[in-house]
Design a protein around this ligand. Structure first.
Ligand code: S3P
Length: 166
């Protein structure tokens, strides 16, 4: 079975929704941040602090290459993973990509910012980062999700839109 891939800004709910989808569909859930941490043996914050963002993207590419050989997964992706075209290509070819397009201002106000190095520069920088990335998320995704009233509603929208995907 083809993978289900969740993309969108940090804090938009990818990990929560991935867990809910895994339970509902009885499929394994993976998180690219966790896979990067396992691969490197250090945390995401340490990767950024010691080696910088480019190294993070390098590790993400290695993870995407491995995931491109696997199926039947629910994949929660790091918010910056689609910045590299090759990362988008690897994952997009394995399944359906959903962009969780939650309002970035609401995300910023409610998100746990600890452990997220790119959420430390204030709200204006976060909103700017979102507008820079939005076209990339749209390019990566097959489907955009817009209902974030409750996690259950978001889940229902994903399940409903899955049915109309090839
Ligand atoms: C990042 C998002 C994070 C993590 C890293 C960088 C980003 O993942 O990969 O802190 O560039 O948006 P989440 O989207 O799971 O927070």
């Amino acid at each position: 079975m083809r993978n289900i891939i969740l993309t969108g800004m940090m804090g938009c709910g990818k990990s929560t929704l991935a867990q809910m989808l895994g339970e509902q569909l009885h499929r394994n859930v993976v998180d690219t941040d966790t896979l990067v941490e396992e691969k490197s043996g250090i945390t995401i914050s340490q990767i950024f602090a010691q080696y910088g963002e480019e190294h993070m993207r390098e590790l993400e590419t290695a993870v995407c290459r491995e995931l491109s050989q696997q199926e039947n997964l629910i994949i929660a992706t790091g918010g910056g993973l689609p910045l590299r075209q090759e990362n988008r290509d690897y994952l997009r070819s394995t399944g359906t990509v959903f962009f969780l397009n939650r309002d970035p201002s609401e995300i910023y106000d409610t998100m746990d910012k600890s452990g997220r190095p790119l959420a430390q520069q204030g709200k204006a920088a976060f909103l700017q980062r979102f507008s820079d990335r939005e076209p990339i998320y749209r390019d990566f995704a097959h489907v955009t999700i817009e209902d974030f009233s409750t996690p259950e509603h978001t889940l229902a929208e994903i399940l409903q839109k899955m049915e109309v995907q090839p």
